[in-house]
Write a protein of this length. Structure first.
Length: 409
C-alpha cells in the first residue's frame, strides 16, 4: 500500500500576506489535478475558517474527509484533508505561546496547538499530528526571547504524542507541520530523540528523486528566490523548518520519496508562488503482507542515550533562564509602577491657573500613567506568574524524565 502525504504552511494571514486568494486557488487547482494526488494533506496558517471552507468545498470530491481545529482568538490555522475516513480527533493548545504585548508578532493571539486526526486506511490506524510552533523572530539564541516557550512547546508536543499514540492501536505515527525548528535546534533534537521519529527527508530510499525547482537540499523557508520573504530574514540559502516525521509500529513501513515541492506556481503569468514556505511531500510504502514484527515499544527503551539526557539537561537550563528572566521583568515592572506613580502626582501644576494646553497635557500624561500602572500591575500579579508556573511545570516534567529509568509512551 502506498501512502502519499503533504504538508504546507500556506501563509494565510489576511491583510498581511500577499495574493492570498490567488495562492489558495492555485493550491486548489493543484490538489484536484493528477499531479496533486495525495492521501493526506496537512496545512498550517489557514487563519480564516472561510478559506478552509472554500478549500474543503472545492476539493471534497477527492478529499471527502477533513477537519479544522479551532482554538485561540483567531484559530489554530491547522487543518487536515484526507481521502480516507477520519475516525477520531484530539487537540492540545500549547500552554505558552508568546506575549500579549508583542502585538506585532501575533503568536499570542493564535491558538498554536498540536492536533491529531486518527485516519483509517485499509484497516490500518494512522495517527496524523499537525502542528505549528512559535516562530523564531531573532534567529540568534542570545536574543531569542521565545526560546523557552518553543522548548516548552516541543516538550508538550512530545507528551501529547506519548499520551495518544499506542503501539497496540496505532500502526503508523506521522508528525507533520511547521516546527519553526532547524535540525540543529534543541527542540527538534528532543522531539526526534525522545519519540524516536524518523525524518522522512533523511530516511528516504530514493534520494535522487526531487523537485527540480527546489533542488535536493530539503530547505523549505527563507529561500532566496521567494519574493514573499523579508530580506533581513534571509539566512544563507534558506532553512529547513517544515517536516514529515514518522514512526511505524512494525518495521514494514518505508519512506520511498521525500522532498520539498510546491514552490513557484507553474505557468503563472504573474510569477505567483504558493506560499512563503515550500511544501514537504513524502511517499510511504506499507507492506500489508509482512508478518507482525513489532519493534521495541518506547516504554521498554532505557534512557541509555547520554546525548538525549544531555539535551534534556540543556532544555532544563534554558527554561530556568526563562524563569529567572521573568523574575527580573517583575522587578522591572515594580520599579516602573513607582516611577509612573511619581510622574502621575507630579507636574500637575495648579488646576485653577493652568493654561488650556497645560491642562490637556496633564490629562494626557495622567491617562498614560494610569494605563502604564495597570499594565505593570497586570504583569506583576497575573501575566508573569502564569508564565512562570507554566515554565516550571514543563521543567519539572523534564526533570522527572531524567530521574526515571525508562521513557514512557
Amino acid at each position: 500500500m502506498k501512502l502519499r502525504v503533504l504538508t504546507l504552511n500556506v501563509w494565510g494571514v489576511h491583510y498581511v500576506a500577499k495574493f492570498i486568494d490567488k495562492r489558495i486557488q492555485a493550491l486548489i487547482n493543484h490538489f484536484i489535478s493528477p499531479e496533486g494526488e495525495y492521501d493526506i494533506i496537512g496545512l498550517q496558517e489557514v487563519w480564516s475558517k472561510k478559506d478552509y471552507l472554500y478549500i474543503r468545498n472545492q476539493i471534497k470530491t477527492i478529499y471527502p474527509y477533513s477537519y479544522y481545529f479551532l482554538s485561540g482568538l483567531i484559530g489554530s490555522g491547522c487543518c487536515i484533508f484526507s481521502k480516507h475516513p477520519i475516525i477520531g480527533v484530539y487537540e492540545h493548545q500549547y500552554t505558552l505561546n508568546g506575549f500579549p504585548h508583542k502585538i506585532q508578532h501575533g503568536d499570542y493571539f493564535a491558538g498554536k496547538l498540536i492536533c491529531l486526526c486518527k485516519i483509517l486506511i485499509n484497516g490500518h490506524v494512522i495517527n496524523v499530528y499537525n502542528t505549528h510552533l512559535h516562530a523564531n523572530y531573532h534567529h540568534v539564541i542570545p536574543k531569542d526571547i521565545y526560546l523557552g516557550h518553543r522548548i516548552c512547546q516541543a516538550y508538550e508536543l512530545i507528551q501529547f504524542i506519548e499520551s495518544t499514540s499506542s503501539a497496540d492501536t496505532t500502526h503508523l505515527t506521522i508528525l507533520l507541520g511547521d516546527l519553526n525548528l532547524t535540525t540543529s535546534d534543541l527542540g527538534f533534537q528532543l522531539i526526534r530523540g525522545i519519540l524516536q521519529l524518523n525524518d522522512s527527508f533523511l530516511h528516504r530510499i530514493n534520494k535522487d528523486i526531487f523537485d527540480p525547482t527546489l533542488g535536493n537540499s530539503g530547505l523549505t523557508c527563507d529561500l532566496l528566490d521567494n519574493p514573499y520573504i523579508v530580506p533581513y530574514q534571509l539566512q544563507g540559502e534558506g532553512e529547513r523548518i517544515d517536516y514529515i516525521l514518522y514512526r511505524a509500529r512494525n518495521d514494514n513501513v518505508k519512506c520511498l520519496e521525500a522532498y520539498p515541492t510546491l514552490h513557484k506556481v507553474p505557468n503563472d503569468p504573474d510569477g505567483l508562488y504558493y506560499s512563503d514556505h515550500a511544501a514537504i511531500y513524502a511517499l510511504f510504502e506499507i507492506d500489508e503482507k509482512a508478518p507482525e514484527k513489532k519493534i521495541t515499544p518506547l516504554e521498554d527503551v532505557e534512557i541509555t542515550d547520554e546525548e538525549t539526557r544531555e539535551k534534556l539537561r540543556s532544555a532544563c537550563i534554558i527554561v530556568e533562564e526563562s524563569i529567572q528572566r521573568i523574575q527580573r521583568e517583575r522587578i522591572f515592572c515594580a520599579f516602573g509602577v513607582f516611577i509612573l506613580i511619581f510622574i502621575l502626582f507630579s507636574f500637575n501644576g495648579n488646576p485653577l491657573s493652568n493654561t488650556y494646553l497645560y491642562t490637556i497635557f496633564t490629562i494626557f500624561k495622567n491617562l498614560i500613567c494610569i494605563i502604564g500602572i495597570a499594565i505593570c500591575i497586570w504583569f506583576i500579579c497575573l501575566g508573569k506568574p502564569v508564565e512562570r508556573n507554566a515554565l516550571s511545570s514543563i521543567q519539572n516534567a523534564m526533570r522527572l524524565r531524567l530521574r526515571v529509568a525508562h521513557f514512557s509512551y
